[in-house]
Design a protein around this ligand. Structure first.
Ligand code: FEO
Ligand code: CA
Ligand code: CA
Length: 633
């Protein structure tokens, strides 16, 4: 055992610091058992609690068929409980970049003794890697990557429990988060960062950003430092990612609420609407002990009450131009954004699928007003469009409900700034924490990881919306998670109606012989919990990453550490490809341009991975290759 304890994920921080309403209005659990036919051809039986009838997304015959003809070119790996990464025989991995690695030769690299120096903190690979995408520009391969949050104790070892004690401490944490853009190159020794590349760039909690779209300049976005409400500083709690057809990077602001606090208590709130927004989004007078509000006035809600409204957005970054100003897109709504999956409708409109990762919050879709044309103007395509929230009906149909003044009784700008309230107003379906959404390149369909929700059927969401057991969220106190999939009608991602099924319900078939045992494509050899990251490769295989309990005991016995699995959308087959080190979350996935390398993120590892010798664990990106240098997606 290492002397270093496993670190908390941002989601765990949020739950610890912002426990939701304890009132249980829904202790009478809805019990149902509804048979339906899923896309995979099996009969799906939903159940809840002790009344669960067992599940079967994939019929026994199709399981037998897929075992005979698996599309996977690897032998699955066993669950692991140790402190390193495992991949299948015939594959190998190497660290590409880790927290503290220098992006510029003027910076010292990682230093265990002092957690890195302030003067280097803007020139190094930041902490807690998350979503990432690869780009090719004039033969240069680039990665844009998120740094979701910072562990105070590891970065500020001189301070008591890592709590910032001065403005420099705060600035160091602000510099270690945000986004990195850097060039990579492959040599005989594998992949590495191209130090001092003209593309290398750090975007931090202080980088200037333009606010665009319908809500830009709104009263609720104006602050003492920015009376026009159009220029924000920084991007915060960057979780999942997205990539546009025109080659820009999308970074998604998730648990931004925890960075704010108030030096005046109780928290001063200028209006009933702002107070309602603070409650819904979790803006609290104490914050998460980042202590920004004590040393940086704009994070003090008593001095700058609208500053929290300038976070919770999707931000667009041009990775090919280090001088470019990132753009915050108000048209895509404000919530705890997980990722942004971009796909084109047949008529060229841009569709962006987005999840709001909190218990009982919603799934969203943006459809642009303008149309994408290769070579045409793209800079304003995400400035204007229609935002929808999803309603899933129990008959396996669904609708995208437009969020408009008519449907919500809110004005157009307030819909975008308080999007959660708008989705509540139209009666969208409360979901089990929507994490990543991915679209299949070989079929007109989309998948969303619903990671888990201990409050399902137990208590309402932060807005007081009921969270009864429902179609795509079929288990009370759902601690395993599931992946919902939808097919838009008319084979058009811009359509407002769809059919849906569950691709998989995670569970433990060794412990439970009911719905908590999982769907029939889950077995003792591939079980996992809490699906989170997700992406399709070019072959149409869906890669599923987990961020769950890794105790390997009780309900989680046999699952081991967090992992990455491959899924066949056609047969339902799922096989474990990678296991991460104890304590980690596996998150972030992209490929080299030649598809012979897969880059995978390992966030908040425990122990001393990857350096060993008792050194601090470092969140890192690994490069995985086949031994024969064959295609890997
Ligand atoms: Fe940053 Fe919901 O994960
Ligand atoms: Ca996540
Ligand atoms: Ca998660």
């Amino acid at each position: 055992m290492s002397k270093f304890k496993p670190l908390l994920s941002a989601d765990e921080w949020d739950e610890l610091n912002f426990p939701r309403d304890k009132i249980n209005q829904f202790d009478l659990v809805v019990e149902r058992a509804i048979s339906r036919r899923g896309f995979l051809g099996g009969v799906l039986v939903f159940g809840s609690g002790a009344a669960a009838m067992g599940t079967g997304l994939v019929s026994s015959t199709s399981i037998a068929a897929q075992q005979a003809a698996s599309r996977f070119e690897f032998a699955p790996v066993a669950p692991a409980t140790d402190g390193t990464v495992h991949v299948p025989e015939g594959y190998h991995w190497k660290v590409l970049a880790g927290w503290g690695d220098a992006l510029f030769s003027s910076a010292d690299g990682y230093d265990i003794a002092n957690g890195g120096l302030l003067e280097n903190s803007e020139k190094i690979f930041g902490e807690n890697t998350d979503g990432m995408e690869t780009f090719i520009f004039q033969s240069h391969q680039l990665i844009a990557i998120n740094h979701e949050y910072a562990n105070r104790e590891t970065n500020l070892p001189a301070e008591q429990k890592g709590v910032p004690a001065n403005a420099d401490d705060v600035l160091k944490l602000q510099n270690l988060q945000g986004v990195s853009v850097f060039e990579i190159a492959e040599s005989g020794d594998g992949w590495s960062i191209v130090k001092d590349s003209m593309f290398n760039r750090r975007i931090t909690h202080n980088t200037p950003m333009r606010m665009v779209g319908p809500a830009a300049g709104h009263e609720l976005l104006k602050t003492p430092a920015d009376p026009n409400g159009t220029m924000a500083l920084g991007t915060i709690n960057n979780c999942g990612s997205g990539k546009t057809p025109w080659g820009t990077y999308l970074t998604c602001e998730e648990n931004f609420n925890g960075y704010f606090g108030s030096t005046v208590k109780p928290q001063a709130v200028p209006s009933a609407l702002v107070a309602k927004g603070y409650d819904r989004y979790g803006i609290d007078a104490d914050g998460w002990e980042y202590e920004y509000h004590k040393w940086d006035a704009r994070f003090d809600t008593s001095k700058s009450p609208n500053e929290p409204h300038r976070f919770g957005w999707v931000v667009e970054i041009d990775p090919t131009d280090p001088e470019s100003t990132p753009v915050k897109h108000t048209a895509l709504g404000r919530f705890k954004h997980e990722n942004a999956e971009v796909v084109l409708a047949p008529d060229g409109r841009v569709v962006v699928y987005m999840g709001d990762d909190e218990r009982g919050e919603y799934l969203y879709k943006f459809v642009s007003s303008g149309r994408y044309r290769p070579g045409g103007a793209t800079s304003e395509l995400l400035h204007d469009g229609t935002l929808y929230a999803a309603r899933f009906n129990d008959d396996q149909t669904g609708e995208w409900l437009a969020l408009t003044p008519q449907t919500t009784s809110m004005d157009a700008e307030e819909i975008l700034i308080f999007t959660r309230m708008a989705a509540s107003a139209v009666g969208a379906t409360t979901m089990d924490r929507p994490e990543w959404i991915a679209t299949n390149p070989n079929a007109i369909e989309a998948y969303c990881c619903l990671t888990n929700n201990k409050n399902r059927g137990v208590k309402p969401n932060a807005g007081g919306d009921e969270t009864p057991v429902n179609g795509p969220n079929p288990r009370q106190t759902n601690h395993y998670g599931q992946i919902v999939r939808w097919r838009p009608h008319h084979a058009d991602h811009a359509a407002t109606t769809f059919d849906w099924d569950l691709y998989v319900m995670a569970g433990n078939p060794d412990v439970y012989h009911n719905a908590y045992g999982g769907s029939k494509n889950i077995n003792s050899g591939n079980m996992f919990n809490s699906p989170d990251g997700m992406a399709f490769d070019m072959q149409g295989i869906v890669w599923i990453q987990t961020d769950g309990k890794d105790t390997n005991k009780g309900d989680y016995a046999g699952m081991g550490n967090n992992q990455m699995l491959a899924g066949d959308p056609v047969t339902g087959e799922i096989a474990r490809f990678l296991t991460g080190p104890k304590g980690c979350e596996v998150t972030g996935l992209c490929w080299s341009v030649d598809r012979r390398t897969m880059f995978v993120g390992i966030q908040h590892p425990g122990g001393d991975w990857p350096d060993g010798n008792g050194k601090l664990p470092r969140s890192s990106v690994i490069a995985i290759k086949r031994d024969d240098n064959g295609l890997i997606g």
